[in-house]
Design a protein around this ligand. Structure first.
Ligand SMILES: C[S@@+](CC[C@H](N)C(=O)[O-])C[C@H]1O[C@@H](n2cnc3c(N)ncnc32)[C@H](O)[C@@H]1O
Length: 392
């Protein structure tokens, strides 16, 4: 292909587009690359861009170093206090040389840090991850994602029609994408272990999400909250503890509600004001009698058609003046970097259903589902969870 021809094509391109084309021409020019790396004023920029480019190239290796530290128990060990390489080798079940290699890699990534006398402790990022059980559960879970991403083009070419490790894990995902009834809807014994596995992962990572939403939104101004797709109830419990007068409801697939019953049924502060509802939010009407409905990490799991169907069901279940709170990581979130389009984009593609959405896209769907207004509510960490409030 004649590149120069292609680059000259957009005669009518706007200023921004022409600037991008000019910039990319410059950046791909070997003479400019050599000059800017040598020139003292541009050298720091070149170094930092080169580091960023290298991180893109090596990201998979970095993630695997982290996975090895978590799976090998090294993060737990380093959290107990400084230790030497032999102790780390014994904990991880690795040879001395392999452990030294892994710990040096971890130290270069901020997961571990070396101390005098050949000892090791947690690095700054290691410390942040170690105190976050949800993040550690996700790191372990990523073995499935990376298996699916081993051949990314094959995954994309398959057009979400082939089973994947993630579509086998999230058993409702394929049903949502194809319009089928989800496996757990009939209280399906075969589906119970799968429902228990994804519910455990969600419960482990729920605390960081509920922390964001409880800090951002005043739940106590409502009388009754229904958490739709509420899993085994970690979010209901957190909100119920923060708003002790709130009546509570949880709706999920029967296999999952059984887990919620086991987890919340004996909670003296929650159980007396909790109603559990079983069904499929894509096939059954939602229970009424709640002035607040929450969808936490739900919509992004579903393609536009089922997501819109769910929003219409929520709209139908809410009374006049009722409120919907959507909480999930959103694409284009401030400070979210590549989380939305790169991470969730590919994760949900591999799962076989759903997509990350920008707040404005969710807003347009809310309008077409019949909500009269919506606005974004800012959370402390949009990377973990963004929030949108919509009114009937
Ligand atoms: C990603 S999990 C989120 C769970 C919880 N909201 C949280 O943030 O931890 C999605 C939840 O939606 C539920 N779900 C998926 N499809 C459903 C359907 N058709 N009807 C009811 N619940 C469904 C799943 O069982 C699961 O508990």
């Amino acid at each position: 292909m004649d590149m120069s021809n292609r680059l000259d094509l957009p005669q009518r391109a706007g200023l921004k587009e022409r600037w991008i084309i000019w910039r990319n021409r410059l950046l791909t020019n070997p003479r400019f690359q050599s000059w800017s790396a040598a020139f003292p004023l541009t050298r720091p920029i070149v170094r930092s861009r080169a580091r960023r480019a290298f991180d893109l190239v090596a990201g998979f290796a970095y993630a695997q170093v982290l996975a090895a530290c978590v799976e090998g128990g090294l993060l737990d060990l380093l959290a107990e206090g400084p230790c030497d390489t032999l102790t780390a080798a014994n904990r991880a079940g690795l040879g001395l040389a392999a452990t030294e290699r892994l710990l040096r890699a971890a130290a270069s990534l901020g997961i571990a840090e070396s101390l005098p006398g050949g000892r090791w402790t947690l690095g700054m990022d290691g410390a942040a991850l170690q105190c976050n059980p949800g993040a550690r559960a996700m790191i372990r879970h990523h073995a499935l994602l990376y298996a699916d991403l081993a051949d990314p083009l094959a995954l994309l070419r398959a057009d979400r029609k082939e089973p994947t490790a993630l579509s086998d894990f999230w058993t409702y995902a394929r049903a949502s994408a194809t319009g089928a009834v989800p496996p757990g809807k009939q209280g399906d014994a075969d589906n119970e272990p799968a429902a228990a596995a994804y519910s455990a992962l969600m419960a482990a990572s729920q605390a960081m999400v509920s922390e964001q939403l409880i800090a951002a939104y005043k739940f106590s101004k409502h009388k009754a909250m229904l958490d739709v797709g509420g899993g085994t109830g970690a979010f209901v419990r957190a909100v119920g503890n923060a708003a002790p007068a709130l009546r509570l409801g949880l709706f999920d697939l029967p296999d999952v509600v059984a887990g919620a019953e086991a987890s919340l049924g004996r909670d003296a502060l929650i159980a007396p004001r909790l109603a559990l509802h079983k069904g499929s939010f894509l096939h059954d009407p939602l229970p009424t009698g709640f002035d607040l409905i929450t969808l936490v990490r739900i919509l992004h799991d579903h393609d536009d058609e089922p997501a819109l169907r769910l929003l219409r069901a929520v709209r139908a279940a809410l009374p006049p003046g009722g409120t919907l709170l959507i909480g999930e990581p959103m694409a284009g979130a401030a400070g979210g970097g590549a989380m939305g389009d790169a991470y969730f984009g590919l994760y949900l593609w591999a799962m076989g259903s759903g997509r990350p959405r920008r707040p404005a896209e969710l807003g347009a769907m809310l309008r077409s589902a019949g909500f009269s207004s919506w606005h974004e509510v800012s959370t402390h960490l949009p990377l973990v969870c963004g929030a949108i409030v919509a009114r009937v």
